[in-house]
Ligand binder design. Structure first.
Ligand SMILES: [Zn+2]
Length: 471
């Protein structure tokens, strides 16, 4: 017996009638605006090769850590979801069976944004009108797979249908950007740009750091055995990335620590990092120095910096040993910004031509640290609620806690920050709804006037991201 899948037109709006009515009116003006996706992790190969996605499980389950971490937390083995094992050990190969496991456990996602995104994709992208349950699993699976085989569901067609004006991927400096080159050469009009994510080459504790720095020499033609040559190599790669459309860099560090050391100290630290004799404190200082160096380079080449700190990566050693990185076992930690950013801010904080966007996985920093910093320093802006807080409630908390001190114009619109391509329209829709809800509340409480809310809605949905990220 199938149960209907319904997306209510007023979903996420206030239940208070006046606010709901205004939220609806505001939302009507932004819901069809093009999507600007300035930060994310979609695979450029999809758009370069435009091959059909293989099946519903490979699309929705296996690549999405939001999905499999929840299933894992309730006792489902990652092998049963086809998560590849590092030792090449056997994992489930039957996509239909994987889908059934997922469908049988779909109730676990009640109340989570993952549920909102998935239902939105099922309903809007695939036209599914029944809720996913153990009973409907096979029908939904067949329906999605039948769609995926059709040309209008190939990656480029979906990109166009989603009304994506521009999307940024993230690549390491070692990446030759072959897919981006192919996209550009293909004559397709979809705009896919890269972003410079140097973590594997600036973090002494990253797997294979020394080998990565050696490869950085090969791809840049600079001598990365010296501190000077190493910096030159980054400048070289940044210029290449910029030529491939990059407008930003991204830094996924364990903390927001920055350093401003003299070049003698930098040389010593760099040498220790290369020979793997750096202590954890020295590795931290080196990463911090590289944030300051990247800010200096951004002063020259104009790339917007994003700092994504505060995730303790690979927290579960058994999962890491068996399956590797990005398997849903990254856990937020307390993050300090005020002390950590001071060296960088003392050096560059008052510049008017530099933009540094701060993200957090520590919501206690919103009103205590981030909003006061961004409400003062010209270089600082606040990124949208990230990762665990990319949710209706997370967005509400963000606006409530930062707006009074940083306003709206020290924020940068929405980032979907996703690998899950099909969730992109859903995520932007949630952000647009929640921002309209918040604006409607401010109007209802006479904190801003209605005309101001109508001016702000498209800023938050579209214009700020385009402007701040220089897209
Ligand atoms: Zn990201």
């Amino acid at each position: 017996m199938s149960r209907p899948l319904v997306l209510h037109p007023d979903r996420l709006f206030s239940s208070e009638p006046r606010q709901r009515e205004l939220a609806r009116a505001l939302y009507a003006t932004v819901k069809d605006l093009a999507i600007v996706s300035p930060h994310g992790h979609t695979d450029p190969r999809w758009f370069a090769e435009n091959e059909p996605f293989s099946n519903a499980s490979a699309l929705f389950i296996t690549p999405d850590h939001y999905v499999f971490r929840m299933l894992y937390s309730q006792g489902v083995r990652l092998e049963d979801l086809a998560i590849p094992r590092r030792d090449g050990g056997e994992v489930e190969g039957d996509a239909r069976k994987i889908w059934r496991t997922f469908a049988t456990n779909y109730h676990l996602f009640r109340g989570t944004p993952t549920r909102v995104w998935l239902d939105h994709a099922f309903h809007e992208v695939f036209g599914i009108r029944e809720r996913l349950t153990a009973e409907s699993a096979d029908r939904v699976f067949d329906n999605i797979n039948a769609c995926l085989a059709r040309p209008e569901f190939h990656p480029r067609a979906l990109f166009e249908r989603f009304n994506i004006e521009v999307i940024a991927t993230t690549e390491s400096p070692l990446d030759p950007l072959a897919h981006h080159t192919k996209i550009r050469a293909s004559g397709w009009k979809g705009r896919v740009v890269t972003a410079y994510r140097p973590d594997p080459t600036v973090d002494p504790e990253f797997d294979g750091f020394a080998a990565n720095v050696a490869r950085l020499a090969e791809v840049s033609g600079e001598d990365t055995s010296t501190w000077r040559g190493y910096l030159a190599a980054h400048r070289h790669r940044r210029a290449f990335f910029k030529s491939m459309g990059a407008t930003s860099t991204d830094h996924g560090h364990p903390t927001a620590q920055t350093s401003d050391l003299d070049s003698g100290d930098c040389e010593v630290l760099f040498a220790k990092a290369l020979e793997r004799s750096a202590t954890p404190a020295e590795a931290e200082a080196f990463r911090g120095q590289m944030l300051t160096e990247m800010a200096r380079m951004s002063m020259d080449d104009g790339l917007v910096m994003q700092i994504h700190p505060g995730s303790m990566r690979n927290y579960n050693p058994q999962v890491y040993a068996r399956f590797g990185r990005d398997k849903g076992a990254d856990i937020p930690t307390r993050t300090d910004y005020v002390h950590a950013l001071k060296p960088l801010l003392d050096r560059f904080g008052n510049e008017r031509d530099l933009t540094v966007i701060l993200f957090t996985l520590d919501e206690t920093t919103y009103s205590r640290e981030l909003a006061p910093l961004a409400g003062h320093y010209p270089i600082l802006k606040l990124g949208p609620p990230w990762w665990f807080y990319d949710s209706p409630e997370g967005m509400q908390r963000f606006r409530e806690q930062v707006t009074e001190t940083a306003g709206f114009y020290n924020t940068v619109g929405f980032n979907d920050d996703t690998r899950a391509f099909l969730s992109i329209p859903a995520r932007h829709d949630v952000a647009r709804r929640m921002d309209c809800r918040f604006l409607a509340q401010l109007v209802a409480e006479h904190k801003i006037d209605e005309d101001e809310a109508f001016e702000l809605a498209p800023e938050l949905a579209y214009k700020l991201a385009k402007r701040v990220y220089k897209l």
